[in-house]
Design a protein around this ligand. Sequence first.
Ligand SMILES: *Cc1c(COP(=O)(O)O)cnc(C)c1O
Ligand code: SF4
Length: 349
Amino acid sequence: MNPIFTIPPQNSTDSAQPWQQALANAIRTPEALLAALELSTEQLPAIFNGGETFPLRVPHSFVSRMEKGNPNDPLLRQVLPLNEENNITKGYLIDPVGDLNASETPGLLQKYHGRALMITTGACAIHCRYCFRRHFPYHQQNSAASEWDEALNHLAQERSISEVILSGGDPLALSDQRLSTLLERLALIPHLKRLRIHTRLPVVIPQRITESLITLLTESRLSPIIVIHTNHANEINNELHAALKRLQTIPRITLLNQSVLLRGVNDCSETLIALSEALFASGVLPYYLHLLDKAQGTAHFDLPLSHAMSLLKEVHAKLPGYLVPRLAQEEAGAQGKTLIPPYILKKTQ
Ligand SMILES: *Cc1c(COP(=O)(O)O)cnc(C)c1O
Ligand code: SF4
């Protein structure tokens, strides 16, 4: 079995936390998802179960933010597998961002100066249909605690690295006990200054922001940065708002958001503006708006670059600069994300 669907092992001393129960109880079939939303298959384009390597998975909390009876709900579209995923589209690849070549040490990717990305687990709480990691061979880029050794040794030797990025999968799929072990070991590496966590887990299960997680981050020597991943303002309900406010009790914390520009989800300027406003109201600043990574099976989410640029121009015309996300693209072999050049706002005639 591909480790992408395994839930990370728990220590026997861990009692299952509410968030872990929510993770275990996630919806895993299109039938159950449609029933929860009072939809019938006739109301939708052809769907399937997502296939063996990347099956449908969505926690109930996220489903509760979808509109019942709406086959075009922007949150539903992110998780419901459409048959179009099985189309083979030219130019859409298995490893669109060159991650397989960037990895010299198992579980560690360093593409850019000064920061390295650690693959801590292959598990995610939700399977986002547009994700480029859907094809990632997690059984080779492994996450087992024993394999952290190699990644940690490499980090310790590479003195130019001042920031470690925990990624995955989703690093917050790890239990607080396993995170605690990892954070302690990272804090022992003297040249590391910052700890960045890229996660969607608290977005889809806000209970993931536990007291013990807050304590771990508060007590760490490393400055924490949490980059959440939301694509639409409807994802930010009261529960998530409260969880984000709890995170802001951590001294020195920086909260950012990254989104992916997705056809049928957030491809209109009002939607992007509403997302930036909602993020700010919850204490989060927009960071990146990624152009879709061209992974095989995701072509139906893609938009032309010219459309993306005109959307950003409209957002820029309506919001303060700090609420305009950076439009970015990941290109294999580049020294950083490729930023789409600034959009110039001309005077209206
Ligand atoms: C995106 C990414 C980063 C982070 O880039 P920032 O511009 O610092 O956010 C780091 N390493 C890898 C491999 C990445 O893909
Ligand atoms: S987008 Fe993030 S949370 Fe969603 S499947 Fe990909 S890695 Fe997991």
